[in-house]
Write a protein that binds this ligand. Structure first.
Ligand SMILES: Cc1ncc(COP(=O)(O)O)c(C=O)c1O
Length: 404
């Protein structure tokens, strides 16, 4: 049978990057002792009050079609939270509830971009972006966020990449995979570019609750930005609710009208019992979420500290998020070879940085998705591998010198 061209555009390298992870999961499910650190899925349980609210809602019969853009109570809770965090007064009609940050991103991109429009994204790029832009036909123009700049993109590099075809910039801060956080002065310069060139800013803020160093800036708060910014967030990381698929967009009311039409032709509203549970998540500061945040910070510090003296590898200290990046280029292997050997010889799975773009080639991403003792054990194994690789490298060098 014949399929659409879209099927080719959504099957990029982004989906192939997960092959080793799926293999690790399968081997773990078959009983092998494998520590899976290749995914950004929190190991924490969703806080009990949220789970209870969903059950109660189901029992009360909330099993029918729900409002396409979300129930009023939830849209209000999101608007209130955003107003408190950003300081901009936000109303319910500036909010759309969608099935996770991913679906929110998909919706915004389809309402804002035409095929062949250019959209500036930052390299490293979160792996699913390629498929999202592939689906709508927009062209990604990558601007590097280099390790020597702490993986923070430079506004001057963005300026150089803007052409008459550019319609939007997509920025993810705090960033997956590096945990980089864009500082205020860089944001101000990016905002100025958006205003000067009449661009949309799509701001993916799904890690905004997990900042350990520096501050999270909502670009929508910057001069001239509220009317051109679509802020995307979700409960996935902040509340350990990845499987609930609950996210949202905050932006101009006209964008919400278009998202409603798109929602009508596709999702037809998130399940009401999930929305009721989300209200409980957002209407108060649950102690469980505060504890999770502290744990991620502790895990991030423990892993960076444990890997600081790794022979043949350099650890990058994240400012936010739930990942730590390790540069393994000095071992002489590429990231794929390294991840393969780490899985096969030491039973630890990590994601190759190459999946995110050129700037993280030769890095591996370690997910902080296990308790500290498990992570420290994984770090020990990683260090044993890097050490072994360095001596393999030195042995092969001396064999070469000896003329073998
Ligand atoms: C940068 C980034 N954006 C969006 C998402 C999607 O999140 P959600 O679970 O809310 O769809 C993820 C998930 O890992 C992510 O890392």
């Amino acid at each position: 049978m014949r399929y659409s061209d879209l099927t080719t555009r959504i099957a990029g390298e982004g989906s192939a990057a997960w092959d080793l992870h799926f293999e690790a999961m399968q081997r773990k499910n078959e009983g092998e002792a494998i520590t899976v650190l290749s995914v950004g899925d929190p190991d924490f349980f969703t806080p009990t009050p949220i789970v209870e609210a969903a059950i109660e809602s189901l029992r009360a019969g909330d099993t029918h079609y729900a409002a396409i853009l979300g129930i009023s109570r939830l849209r209000q809770a999101i608007a209130k939270r955003f107003s408190q965090e950003s300081g901009i007064a936000t109303q319910e009609n500036q909010v759309a509830v969608l099935a996770g940050g991913q679906c929110a991103l998909f919706g915004v991109v389809h309402c804002v971009l035409n095929p062949l429009d250019e959209v500036i994204v930052i390299d490293p790029t979160y792996v699913t972006y390629e498929g999202v832009f592939g689906a709508c036909g927009a062209q990604m123009v990558k601007v590097p966020a280099k390790v020597e700049n702490d993986f923070v993109v430079q506004a001057a590099d963005i300026a150089t990449a803007i052409t008459p075809k550019t319609k939007a910039i997509l920025i993810n801060s705090p960033q997956n995979p590096t945990g980089a956080v864009i500082p205020r002065d860089t944001w101000l310069a990016i905002a100025q570019l958006c205003c000067e060139h009449d661009l949309w800013l799509i701001s993916d803020e799904v890690y905004s609750s997990l900042v350990y160093e520096g501050e999270h800036i909502h670009p929508a708060t910057l001069p001239g930005m509220a009317q051109r910014t679509a802020t995307i967030n979700s409960l996935s990381k902040s509340h350990a609710m990845t499987g609930w698929r609950l996210g949202w967009v905050v932006g101009p009311t006209e964008l919400m009208t278009h998202l409603e039409n798109l929602g009508l032709s596709m999702l037809y509203g998130c399940p009401e019992f999930i929305q009721k549970a989300a209200c409980v998540a957002l209407e108060s500061d649950l102690s469980e979420t505060i504890e999770m945040r502290q744990q991620y910070k502790l895990r991030s510090q423990s892993v960076t500290h444990a890997l600081a003296d790794a022979l043949g590898a350099t650890v990058f200290k994240p400012k936010a998020g739930m990942f730590v990046m390790l540069d393994i280029r000095p071992t002489g292997l590429n990231a794929h070879q390294f991840a393969r050997r780490l899985l096969d010889e030491w039973g630890v799975s990590v994601l190759v940085g190459d999946a995110f773009g050129r700037q993280t080639e030769g890095f591996v991403r370690i997910g902080l998705v296990e308790p500290v003792p498990v992570l420290l054990d994984a770090c020990k194994k990683i260090k044993q591998l890097t050490k072994a690789l360095i001596s393999e490298k030195e042995n092969s060098k001396s064999l070469c010198v000896a003329g073998f």
